[in-house]
Design a protein around this ligand. Sequence first.
Ligand code: SAH
Ligand code: SF4
Length: 393
Amino acid sequence: MRTLPLGTEPTVVKRPTLDVERTMVGLDRSEIMGRLRRIGIPEKQIKMRTTQVWHWVYYRGVKSFDEMLNVSKDMREKLEDNFTIGRPEIIEALVSKDGTRKWLMKFPDGNEVETVFIPDETRDRGTLCVSSQVGCTLTCKFCHTGTQRLVRNLTPAEIVMQFLVARDHLGEWPTPSEGRVLSSVVMMGMGEPLYNFDNVKKALKIIMDEQGISLSRRRITLSTSGVVPEMKRCGEELGVNLAVSLHAVNNAVRDEIMPINKKYPLEELLAACRDYPGAKASRRITFEYVMLKDINDSEEDARNLVRLLREYDIHGKVNLIPFNPWPGSDYQRSDEEQIKKFSTYVFDQGISAPIRAPRGEDILAACGQLKSESEKMRKSDRLKQQKQSEISS
Ligand code: SAH
Ligand code: SF4
């Protein structure tokens, strides 16, 4: 049961998460400077100390101030007494038979999120799929995350932490100058990143920063279900690639499977895609299209897809995602033949439309299969509390 109305921007619940007062992760430089001032670091050292912290945290990937070797012992102790750069608790770390890895992280307030690393065929490169919220306010019918009520937005620290944890597990510190294994990031985990844009922006700016992780914006993709008013900001303020979860080519079907379409219908969505900053040049939009048997996979749908992209003069690419089932899902994956036919038609019309091979299905890590137990935990906590109060009354 959902309490938040469709498309509501969730308010950030002010509960302790990643020890917000103490963590140095997820802060921009001016905030780090502020923290150092607060503990009495002399003004003339502030800039240099900030550069050092940044370097050790984001370039070297250390997990404690103790490891900052070019910082004096006194200073290290002072930092250790007041701040932390420690990681969240890892509840589960799974590896699929195809090499996909999934981590379930728990934050101090009990909320959990999932992060997935998908190596490519050769396994010497790969993509990290990062979550932006615990749950989601949107209720796309085919998506497992959509069945989990939104619990809260993730903080910048919690978003950046997902990257740091993956790097820890892949043994990829310090930041390699070339040949990275974690070579790209997609904001395609749990949640709608454009409903948490400020925090996502802050986190991605840190991930892109050249003095640290230094991942190029060309290697970052943000996926949206179509939050039209925020799309432009994403292009202007971050300049990352945009992926749009299209999934249907007429309003009737899209309304049915993606209720956000009632707020921002196809015409508005496609106009925003056409106008996405940089879309005409290097930043081509990727349209995600989940293949649902007898819902959106007909030849007519393929024709309409091509027609729409032409009509709006959009030079994008289409990613066909065979539907990934999850416990209790209502839909079926389209037949392989049908997916191939759809793909061939779109390709023949001059639009790239590869079929995305499902990855990490055995560990429920494929697109749309992520869901954490945060809601359940809260329920069981509530029950526990109820029982306790019954006993004491
Ligand atoms: N909220 C954002 C990003 C997360 S979802 C968005 O909706 O774009 C990442 C992608 O997986 C989206 O394209 C989403 O529509 C797709 N997806 C969701 N459930 C799926 C499922 N069961 N099978 C295949 N793809 C799915
Ligand atoms: Fe939310 Fe994206 Fe899932 Fe829709 S597809 S419910 S927007 S996570």
